[in-house]
Design a protein around this ligand. Structure first.
Ligand code: IDP
Ligand code: MG
Length: 151
């Protein structure tokens, strides 16, 4: 399996509910490396670009409203098979269907307030990282535990 980069957003409801630390901790404890992170007061243009694939769907406008309603935490995470692994850690889109032990399963109740976003594939990840971060905002470093995270 390959080392991958993925884009994660801690959504407004999770920021407002004081869950930033707990969510970041899960990724840290899994051994996934944080290579970029910032708080963003998202504007409509960015929200619409981010959810462009859903334009025309009934939940597009409510989702844009949700994402611009309060700041988010944007992150780039790096790790082996990170895209699929993080999606697994997040759980299903609807928190009512997400398995307990996943982020959405443990913290969410509503599909329209589902705590986190994570890229759903390689192309999406690349696009989203470019949309949210400049190359200068992405850190290059080795975590001291990396030698214990290889085989
Ligand atoms: P994902 O976030 O698990 O990839 P998508 O289907 O890509 O799910 O939908 C993007 C986001 O749009 C969801 O995370 C959620 O915030 C919102 N959304 C999707 N479907 C619905 C819905 O049926 N009602 C309300 N919001 C929805
Ligand atoms: Mg999606």
């Amino acid at each position: 399996m390959e080392k991958e980069r993925t884009f994660i957003m801690i959504k407004p409801d999770a920021v407002q509910r004081g869950l930033i630390g707990q969510i970041i901790s899960r990724f840290e404890q899994k051994g996934i490396k944080i290579i970029a992170m910032k708080m963003v007061a998202v504007d409509r243009h960015l929200a619409e670009q981010h959810y462009a694939i859903h334009r025309g769907k009934p939940f597009f406008e409510p989702t844009v409203q949700y994402i611009i309603s309060s700041p988010v935490i944007a992150m780039v995470l790096e790790g082996i098979n990170a895209i699929e692994m993080v999606r697994g850690m997040m759980g299903k889109t609807n928190p009512q269907e997400a398995t307990m032990g996943t982020i959405r399963g443990d913290y969410g109740q509503l599909i329209g307030r589902n705590i986190v976003h994570g890229s759903d594939g390689k192309e999406t990840a690349e696009k989203e990282i470019k949309l949210w971060f400049t190359p200068k905002e992405i850190a290059h470093y080795t975590r001291i535990d990396e030698q214990w995270m290889t085989e």
